[in-house]
Design a protein around this ligand. Structure first.
Ligand code: SAH
Length: 474
């Protein structure tokens, strides 16, 4: 039996959903040890000891796993971000596939044979620098200096990092500029403890297919101080060829919360959005999208195109269908659906995203898409009650793409009542996916196809898309 603060030796044989290595010592005790890889034999320090399991801190790797690779990042292990970077990409992907299959089985009771879960790994040249969005917290480090970077795992202390290797190279010079502007005009970072100070976060987004860049400080103030100087300096930065700053906005968030963005964004240069183009794989189809600071947009455009193309294939459209796209954001999936169906409806909670979605329909000449602002679990049932006799109440396909917490039961219940032939479920969390699939499969649906798509290389996260069909039993 190992006691707290004792050193012990263990071989890592498994990994938790959050990416901590798991090993068993001879006494039958299970240990969770971060920054280890399956196959490592390690020495660890017992940090917390419970009845049957404990948490250890890695002290020394005695024998490295054959799957271990050199972490690429200087702050590996300290930042909460790239939990899997010490693993080869093949091992990362195998881990994610196992995680999805385990969740489907353990939570949903679906035993899908491994070969039936299709996979869309990331391309080898897109394992780094794949993110089109960065959100840097700004604050003080332990030494009290103003800095930007990332939160250390599960905390609010900032580890300086001006060039996250998952993001675009432009982030570095924009961030350096913002810190120098703060220094020059004596603009203080926000301090959670006192509620004082101005700069909270810096959001940077880039349209990979257009080169358009958005810069959006999130501030604890109604107005951005020294606004003109901020914009003038930004526009003087030299950007790599093909890239340019197209949108500078700020968002006021004066609440003491974990939510990053405020409720509005004020545009102070260029347009209140950036544009990007999304292509459907294997076709000539592409759609131009406007994305404003508060709207959701998938962070990995290369994998996003693979995922959407797969979701569209699963929707099985011929041009005659009526479809719903719930949790539709700026209409990214809805507008591809609309192009290939008779009518598409989209529902989304963020008003600015729906404004974008309506504009996106217009600028692409798409006239058969209609959008509603509100919660899917409220809008859908209300709409269904009022329009029971209409075609929209009996759609052929419903697509859902909810946030990590999955769909609300009210939403699933209405989907079942509307009884579409097919449901296409796009998910960024296989645990809530499994729960929701169980609900649908207990009420007349069957899983026909499933794909795991690696939108987030180096992290434990994985996207999935599942095609369900009505089996007529209900
Ligand atoms: N399908 C879109 C967005 C997916 S992300 C895309 O791929 O770009 C999930 C979206 O659901 C976000 O835009 C979020 O704002 C929205 N959302 C969160 N909770 C919601 C709810 N209860 N009802 C409707 N939309 C919601």
């Amino acid at each position: 039996m190992t006691l707290k603060n004792e050193i012990f030796k263990v071989k890592i044989t498994d990994m938790s959903d959050e990416g901590a290595g798991i090993g068993k010592t001879e006494d039958g005790f299970t240990w969770f040890i971060k920054n280890t890889v399956i196959g490592d034999t390690v020495e660890a320090l017992a940090m917390k000891v419970k009845k049957n399991y404990g948490f250890g801190r890695l002290v020394k790797i005695i024998e490295p796993s054959p799957e271990r690779v050199e972490p690429f990042c200087r702050i590996a292990g300290r930042c909460g971000g790239c939990q899997l970077q010490a693993m080869s990409y093949e091992a990362q992907f195998a881990f994610k596939k196992r995680k999805v299959l385990n969740n489907l089985s353990r939570i949903g009771g679906f035993d899908i044979p491994e070969e039936e879960l299709e996979i869309l790994p990331a391309d080898k040249d897109k394992l780094l620098r794949y993110r089109n969005k960065a959100q840097f917290p700004i604050g003080r480090n332990k030494e009290g200096q103003v800095t930007a970077g990332f939160y250390a795992g599960r905390t609010h202390s900032i580890i300086s990092c001006d060039d996250c290797l998952l993001g675009v190279p432009e982030n570095k010079c924009i961030l350096e500029y913002v810190l120098s502007w703060m220094k020059r005009y004596k603009i203080e970072p926000y301090d959670e403890a006192t509620g004082k100070g101005v700069m909270r976060h810096l959001l940077i987004r880039k349209g990979f297919n257009t080169g358009e860049i958005m810069v959006c400080p999130v501030i604890n103030s109604k107005k951005l101080p020294c606004e003109k100087e901020f914009v003038d300096g930004l526009l003087k930065l030299s950007m790599p060829e093909g890239a340019h700053i197209a949108c500078v906005s700020y968002s006021s968030n004066m609440e003491n919360t974990n939510v990053i963005m405020g409720k509005e964004a004020v545009n102070i240069f260029g347009r209140p959005y950036i544009e990007d183009v999304i292509r459907r794989e294997g076709t000539n189809e592409n759609i131009r999208f406007r994305i404003s600071p508060l709207s959701f947009y998938q962070v990995n455009p290369a994998q996003m195109e693979k995922l959407y193309s797969r979701a569209l294939d699963y929707a099985g459209l011929t041009g005659k269908e009526t479809v719903w796209d719930l949790y539709c954001g700026t209409g990214t999936i809805s507008l591809f659906l609309a192009r290939n169906a008779k009518k598409a409806y989209g529902v989304e909670i963020i008003p600015q995203a729906i404004e974008n979605a309506r504009e996106n329909a217009r600028i692409n000449g798409i006239e058969n898409a209609e959008f509603f602002v509100g919660k899917a679990e409220e809008v859908l049932p209300e709409w269904y009650e009022k329009n029971r006799d209409s075609e929209g109440a009996h759609p052929d396909v419903i697509v859902v793409d909810p946030p990590r917490k999955g769909c609300d039961e009210q939403c699933l219940e209405t989907i079942v009542r509307m009884s579409p032939e097919r449901v296409v479920y796009v998910s960024c969390d296989s645990a809530t996916l499994a729960r929701d699939l169980r609900y649908l499969c207990d009420r007349g649906y069957e899983i026909k196809k499933a794909t795991a798509c690696d939108m987030f290389p180096m992290t434990v996260h994985c996207e999935c898309v599942v095609r369900l069909e009505r089996n007529g039993k209900y």
